[in-house]
Design a protein around this ligand. Structure first.
Ligand code: NHR
Ligand code: GAR
Length: 223
């Protein structure tokens, strides 16, 4: 296979940035041919900014509270992102809903990791809601971002069992371990030019991912 040209990634974070760390580590281990051009946070106190600084990655806070509307924040954010000319924008624990105009600008070039087995439990507080509903399983989903919140086509999913003893924090910790495996995997596929969003579906090697048996199975059963 001909080696692909190095991809430029921009990662958006709001919190601790453990998913960001898994991507930094995967880059360092050359799991894929990419460089993180910048890490941007809407939250100036995000731990993810520090992780980026430690990895000598340009890191910038763009505080959404200093903007008068969602539209003006999103405009400034996309101007900033575009100044790094990324091939892929990665939402890694990014907590602001993005306007359709912003999302359309990066369609097929923006991914998110969401801590539920989508389409179940879009939105916030997913683990609490799953436990309260008596679910037996939880998980995480990497998907392409579309204007519909957490509604874009799924790329890869990991599932974990919910134990009777689990609370929100213990379940979140269990799921997070799997997040750190599936997100770098999805990015690897993208960087190898194997992954595309086409006709509203995620395709791996020109085959809709639904047909690969990767979605709705645990990470242990995928490649
Ligand atoms: N934007 C679009 N258009 N589509 C998606 O699929 C998006 C998105 C923006 C973020 C991540 C998402 C998640 O994985 C994501 C996916 C924030 C909220 C939210 O309600 C919901 C879902 C996600 C991220 N945010 C509140 C808001 O008013 C603020 C909450 C807070 O600051 O704590 O933006 O879960
Ligand atoms: C992760 O569990 C991620 O799936 C979730 O927040 C956590 C961020 O952790 N994302 C969302 O809830 C998006 N709304 P991290 O900052 O340690 O990567």
């Amino acid at each position: 296979m001909t080696p692909s040209v190095q991809k430029r990634l921009v990662v958006l974070v709001s919190g601790g940035g453990s998913n960001l760390q898994s991507i930094i580590d995967a880059c360092a281990q050359q799991s894929f041919n990419a460089k993180i051009s910048a890490v941007i946070s809407n939250n100036p106190d995000a731990g993810g900014l520090e992780r980026a600084a430690k990895g000598n990655i340009p890191n910038i806070a763009l505080d959404h509270r200093t903007f008068e509307s969602r539209e003006s924040f999103d405009q400034a954010l996309s101007d900033l992102i575009d100044s790094f000319a990324p091939d892929l924008v990665i939402l890694a624990g990014f907590m602001r809903i993005l306007t359709p105009r912003f999302v359309d600008h990066y369609l097929g070039k923006m991914m998110n990791i969401h801590p539920s087995l989508l389409p179940a439990y879009p939105g916030l507080h997913t683990h609490r809601r799953a436990i309260e509903a008596g679910e037996k399983e939880a998980g995480a989903t990497v998907h392409f971002v579309t204007p519909e919140l957490d509604g874009g086509p799924a790329i890869i999913q990991a599932r974990v069992a919910i134990a009777a003893s689990d609370n929100e924090a213990s379940l979140a910790a269990k799921v997070l371990i799997h997040e750190h495996q599936i997100y770098p995997k999805a990015i690897e596929w993208f960087c190898e030019d194997r992954l595309q969003m086409r006709s509203g579906l995620a395709e791996l090697d020109n085959t809709p991912l639904e047909n690969h048996g990767i979605i709705h199975k645990s990470i242990e059963h995928s490649d």
